[in-house]
Design a protein around this ligand. Structure first.
Ligand code: ATP
Ligand code: MG
Length: 414
């Protein structure tokens, strides 16, 4: 029955996949914490306005990818396609502009209606950070360094390249925009329909087009660096300088633009060739215009978002999980005593399993499958003496241990 399958582009996460997913989020949270970023959880849906206004009418996300619906109360709601707009909304809703800088880490599901393929789902997860209230390039450097620490700790940094570009300030973007309009207008007959639309509304976006014909034209388009004013050049120089100080390598990619409307100055992506076509694992930049665009006080911002599924795929390190202790009661009295013992061991911090049923051999086989470190075998005879047999499942060694000394004796398995 097809309704027993999850919705196209969504997945159930459990077992090894879940552990890897959890590891990515845990490491992201821990690293962000070290940089002084506290966690925020914003709602997974917001008023559609929040995204429409900020992401821009011409972005792929807004034009094609949003899950939008009307509620019973008549509100227009959208499942969040990304979390920066939500964090900015929360920043304003909670009056946080009084305590700058504001530094947040977030992790959770995002929703985009796009064609599912490897590394591209309709419900996927991002871990990200936002730094609000720092206008200096120091902020950009800190945010990128945070990304580097994160990727290093996941053990995937060596598989990635940091691509870097600048989108300049408003004046530079205006000059570049004019140059792009002049250039692409000569090729109106060759541009894709989407890009014709972008030419009117946001020509920068054409650079981000995935259409074959557009890409050919983009190859010869004017380059941003030729249109940067001195302020923007200097800002970018300081970002690069700060990265050099930290020994962070990067490659300048003059074609790199962020897909969303609110970015300025620094734009960056950590990309990998190890995942096929979906090669961007972490992407971000500066978004000084965002909070104001949403009706709040002018507040500079910089941040990034990473794809948790893509990072989990890239990560090769093994996730260590605690090996359980398995209690195997043989007999009715032992069953009863086993549940009390399991409770004690769990309070003492041991991952504890009960070998529920079957003969001793079967239960031991199951314990080995569960990768248990030790089995506590409780027969009625031993119980009468208030003891049990502890069997080391690696060496096979056995010894009889008094029940009240068990917690202590198991300490070697910690
Ligand atoms: P792409 O070019 O791959 O569509 P994007 O520019 O739309 O990426 P961002 O909005 O910058 O992506 O999101 C940041 C990160 O989130 C991406 O680099 C990627 O790792 C991840 N991501 C984005 N969309 C998806 C998706 N549909 N499925 C899985 N991960 C995704
Ligand atoms: Mg996309």
């Amino acid at each position: 029955m097809s309704s027993l399958q999850p919705v196209r582009g969504t997945h159930d996460l459990f077992g090894e996949d879940m552990r890897r997913h959890r590891e990515v989020l845990d490491i992201g949270r821990a690293v962000a914490n070290r940089f002084g970023y506290d966690e925020i959880i914003t709602p997974i849906f917001e008023k559609t306005e929040v995204f429409k206004r900020t992401l821009g009418d011409t972005s792929d996300v807004v034009t094609k990818e949003m899950y939008t619906f009307s509620t019973k109360g008549g509100d227009e709601i959208t499942l969040r396609p990304e979390n920066t707009a939500g964090v900015a909304r929360a920043f304003m809703s909670n009056g946080l502009s009084q305590q700058l800088p504001v530094k947040f880490f977030y992790g959770g599901p995002m929703f985009r209606h796009e064609r599912p393929q490897k590394g591209r789902q309709r419900q996927f997860h991002q871990a990200g950070v936002e730094l609000l209230g720092v206008e200096k390039p120091q902020g950009d450097v800190e945010i990128i360094a945070l990304g580097v620490h994160f990727l290093k700790e996941l053990g995937v940094y060596g598989d990635t390249v940091l691509e870097l570009n600048t989108l300049g300030d408003t004046e530079s973007r205006k000059a570049y925009r004019d140059a792009l309009v002049a250039y692409f207008s000569k090729f109106k007959d060759q541009l894709s329909e989407d890009s014709l639309d972008r030419l009117e509304k946001n020509p920068l976006r054409i650079l981000d087009s995935k259409n074959e014909r557009d890409r050919k034209l983009v190859a010869d388009a004017p380059i941003f660096s030729d249109y940067l004013n001195d302020f923007s050049k200097d800002f970018f120089a300081q970002v690069k300088d700060g990265l050099d100080d930290l020994g962070i390598a990067y490659e300048i990619n003059p074609r790199l633009v962020r897909g969303l409307d609110y970015y300025c100055h620094t734009a960056f992506e950590f990309t990998t060739t190890a995942l096929g076509a979906q090669g961007t694992v972490l992407a971000g930049g500066r978004y000084d215009g965002l909070v104001k665009m949403m009706g709040g006080p002018a507040t500079p911002g910089v941040g990034w978002a990473s794809g948790v599924e893509r990072l989990a795929m890239l990560m090769t390190r093994e996730i260590v999980i605690a090996k359980p202790v398995v209690i195997i009661p043989m007999g009715e009295a032992a069953d009863k005593r086993a549940s009390v013992l399991a409770d004690e061991l769990r309070y003492a911090g041991y991952r504890t399993e009960l070998g529920y049923s079957g003969n001793l051999k079967k239960r031991l086989i199951r314990a080995n499958k569960q990768n248990a470190c030790a089995a506590i075998i409780m027969g009625d005879d031993e119980l009468a003496e208030n003891s049990a047999t502890v069997r080391d499942l690696v060496s096979g060694d056995q010894s009889v241990v008094k029940l009240d000394e068990l917690v202590e004796k198991l300490a070697i398995y910690r």
